[in-house]
Design a protein. Structure first.
Lengths: 229, 132
């Protein structure tokens, strides 16, 4: 009598190892590239603005847009956790601003910018500033699709802030060392901060600025590659 | 803080994989995280615990492999791995100045966040082939 043919069955719940390569940050990069292409097609320059809470990002944008609004058709994306305080401040300069509130997140991501771009009259613009949530760590991790990156720091953050947050300066094209009108009271030397920045990233251009006295604003505009009026 | 966002992307990618492979449970997940990526592994683990609750991922463990930073100088050809946490690299600081010629180095590695291996339970059939 022939023996019954053998049937091989795998046991229930077998465990498999699957080797793969899933890049978790790829999707954000992909959307950022899409944003960039969309902006390029419309010949719009987008500039990231990042830095700590209270470093003067919005104040700097206020004085910069005041100087540039005659030359450029500008819109500002204001990223915050909550409130429309910043977009209201920019709007008071007669420049359109869109508030993007992250709710609980500490940074903007490419998808939020994509949504903001959907709501913007891109045909009527040639310059967009994207002010990120005040934070020195997280925003550096998530590209948004901009062409240039402006980091704003201030003397009120103390003499060692650059050395303590080197990563923020890796991709910075321009750094504004802000509030130099307070440097003496703070006993912080802006030139030391500028030297620290040059040490971390020799390619970046650092400029001492004050939004109160208008020092350095024109230099920042030029360093970004914009044409001052 | 952004670990929460990144972990939610990891969880999404794993749940997608679970659907594709018809897996019943995830046992272990290996990740390669670059040392230049500002991601805290403790926080990733904590967020993963929270976000995996109530899914087939619950109870699985995260295993990390850290990849070093890599810098190359286009000017003088300096090419080296570096550890931004260690003392031996550039005064202990991750900086972009080339230690050999002081021009700017290009970072060529150490910024990744990749799922490299997933151990999963699959209710099996003999014909089944498993592909990543």
């Amino acid at each position: 009598m022939a023996s019954p043919s053998q049937v091989v069955t795998a046991s229930q719940g077998e465990v498999f190892d699957i080797e793969l390569e899933i890049d978790i940050l790829k999707e954000n990069r992909r959307i950022a590239e899409e944003n960039r292409k969309r902006l390029d097609a419309k010949k719009i320059m987008a500039i990231d603005v990042m830095g700590s809470v209270g470093s003067g990002k919005t104040s700097l944008l206020k004085v910069m847009t005041r100087k540039l609004k005659g030359t450029y058709r500008i819109c500002v994306i204001e990223g915050d956790v909550t409130t429309t305080i910043d977009s209201d401040l920019i709007a008071s300069e007669g420049v359109p601003a869109i508030q993007v509130n992250t709710g609980k997140e500490c940074h903007l991501d490419a998808n939020l910018i994509k949504k903001a771009l959907d709501r913007m009259p891109l045909d009527n613009l040639n310059l967009i500033f994207i002010e990120n949530v005040g934070n020195l760590i997280c925003p550096a991790e998530f590209p948004l699709g901009s062409e240039k990156r402006l980091v704003v720091i201030s003397v009120t953050e103390g003499p060692y802030m650059v050395l303590k947050h080197p990563m923020m300066f890796f991709d910075a094209d321009v750094v504004a060392v802000n509030k130099i009108d307070l440097a003496e009271a703070m006993e912080v030397d802006p030139q030391k901060l500028i030297a620290d920045i040059a040490h971390i990233n020799p390619k970046t251009v650092a400029v001492a600025t004050s939004c109160k006295t208008n020092v350095g604003i024109g230099e920042v505009i030029e360093a970004i590659g914009l044409n001052p009026p | 803080m952004h670990e929460f966002t990144v972990t939610s992307w990891i969880v999404d990618a794993l749940l997608d994989l679970v659907r594709k492979q018809s897996a019943s449970r995830i046992v272990e997940v290996e990740l390669r995280i670059g040392k230049l990526r500002a991601l805290s592994m403790d926080q990733l683990k904590f967020c993963y615990e929270v976000l995996s609750k109530g899914t087939v991922l619950e109870g699985s463990t995260l295993v990390f492999e850290e990849s070093p930073g890599k810098a190359r100088c286009k000017n003088c050809g300096y090419n080296s791995e570096f550890d931004p946490d260690g003392d031996e690299y550039h005064y202990g600081l991750p900086i972009l100045a080339c230690p050999a010629c002081n021009s700017t180095v290009v970072v060529e590695g150490g910024d990744e966040c990749v799922i490299t291996k997933v151990r999963m339970e699959i209710p099996s059939s003999p014909e089944r082939t498993v592909r990543g």
